[in-house]
Design a protein around this ligand. Structure first.
Ligand SMILES: Cc1ncc(COP(=O)(O)O)c(C=O)c1O
Length: 439
């Protein structure tokens, strides 16, 4: 049996031939574009997944960071199986929705109220609408290089480059996707990460129109560059001065601690968007924040200024999966994952140096990202945007060595992992990097 998904005789190849007749490009997972064609998985157990050709790999991407316990986590399988037999979706709320809301409000310092949706994209959209309804203003600001899902207002300037991004201290608003109306692109103000002076100038200049500044405190697309000392505090001061809300996108970065990214980095957001791990692997999104702001969603008061729907919002399967997942994520479990993450970052950093390949590994807690630049990173513009080809070769070499990352070099750990898996990822990266040199 072939061990390579791109072998013309492989089952992945055959499935791709069928899939391309009915699905554009043969996959709906468009953010995981693998050449010459996608590969297909049949199952996962713990931290390993198996493809249709029977090849098992260590899963170090966990459905784009959404699965913090890997696959088929026994407490989750048990809880969700019981829920499946009781009912999967109702017109009314369930106790599981209330319990998950309580858990999150208890853990996250800036959270007083929260409501659920079906995806991270939807969570960000709800937060933006809330900020608009609350402030009566229309525009939002976001940071260059930060991805926040595929809502029109935020598909701006997360893939811009030197030919179109404009001055360092006044980035141009550039569409990052087709299908976004030009006026929506221009409506979004783009800010440079970690440049407090430029942010103050730009925000002050547009203050009267700005409803919110959208912040991912540890943005994956930007290479997980943490906020510089004092940067979030400075943003908070400027925004408060002008009555502008701060929205945190913790859809990925919630992984970094028991109290979330705001527990770790501060920043005092008014609103926070969640997704991924809080649904335990089922579709989920959530928007939370200060009670006074969140009141715009309350359908029972005159404050309900937002008309919203959501047939599957807060469905009991996602809520039950989220509860089983988050209850098992104790402070000690977050600490253990962080210790493993630190060990991996140290080992892989050493592998880059030993292979003589300019690069680095960034990230925090259970999140990591491989990057082909050894420059100190302050903002999106410090990344090497020409490294796509090299990253694709590294991704494929890791795949051959039995480790599945994201095609961009993004990876994350899960609780079934231990020292052995850290060693496997580090050794595979070492091997892949030394192979790259000979290319
Ligand atoms: C930081 C961030 N925000 C928002 C989203 C959108 O979430 P979803 O894919 O669930 O719509 C993502 C997805 O990867 C993300 O990484």
């Amino acid at each position: 049996m072939s061990t390579r998904f791109d072998d013309p005789q492989s089952h992945s190849r055959a499935l791709f031939e069928r899939a391309r007749q009915v699905i554009p490009g043969g996959t709906s997972k468009a953010n995981f574009h693998v050449r010459p064609h996608p590969f297909y998985l049949t199952g996962g157990q713990g931290c390993r997944v198996t493809d249709v050709d029977g090849v098992e790999r260590l899963d170090a991407i966990n459905n784009f960071t959404a699965l913090i316990h890997g696959h088929a986590f026994p407490p989750l399988v048990e809880a969700v199986s019981r829920q499946l037999a009781r009912g999967t979706a109702f017109a009314a709320s369930t106790p599981e929705e209330v319990a998950l809301a309580e858990l999150l409000v208890e853990r996250v310092p800036g959270l007083e109220r929260i409501r659920f949706g079906n995806s991270g994209t939807e969570a960000v959209m709800m937060a933006i609408k809330a900020a608009r309804a609350y402030t009566g203003r229309d525009r939002i600001a976001k940071f260059e290089g930060a991805y926040h899902g595929y809502y029109d207002d935020v598909q701006v300037s997360y893939s811009s480059g030197p030919d179109n991004w404009g001055p360092d201290d006044a980035p141009v608003s550039v569409p990052s996707s087709g299908g976004v109306p030009k006026h929506r692109v221009l409506e979004t103000l783009v800010l440079p990460w970690n440049d407090a002076d430029a942010c103050e100038r730009l925000i002050t200049h547009h203050a009267a129109e700005l409803a919110a500044v959208l912040v991912d405190p540890l943005a994956n697309r930007m290479g997980f560059i943490p906020p510089a000392k004092g940067f979030l505090e400075s943003l908070r001061q400027i925004t408060r001065r002008h009555g502008i809300l701060v929205i945190f996108d913790e859809i990925i970065s919630f992984r970094v601690s028991y109290h979330g990214a705001q527990g770790r980095y501060g920043g005092e957001p008014d609103l926070t968007a969640f997704g991924k791990i809080i649904g335990g692997g089922f579709p989920v999104g959530a928007t939370g924040g200060r009670a006074e702001v969140m009141e715009v969603f309350d359908p029972g008061t005159r404050g309900a200024r937002i008309a919203s729907g959501g047939t599957f919002s807060a469905n009991p399967v996602s809520m039950t999966g989220g509860l089983a997942t988050m209850r098992a994520m104790t402070p000690a479990e977050f600490d253990r994952l962080e210790m493993l993450g630190d060990r991996l970052r140290a080992r892989v950093g050493e592998a880059f140096r030993a292979a003589g390949v300019p690069g680095q590994i960034t990230g925090a807690g259970s999140l990591f990202r491989l990057l082909f630049t050894d420059r100190p990173l302050r903002s999106y513009r410090d990344l090497d945007l020409t490294a796509e080809g090299r990253m694709e070769r590294l991704f494929r070499a890791l795949l051959d060595a039995g480790v599945l990352l994201h095609t961009t070099g993004l990876g994350c750990l899960s609780t079934p992992m231990g020292d052995r898996e850290i060693e496997q990822i580090a050794a595979a990266t070492e091997q892949a990097l030394s192979g790259l040199d000979r290319d």
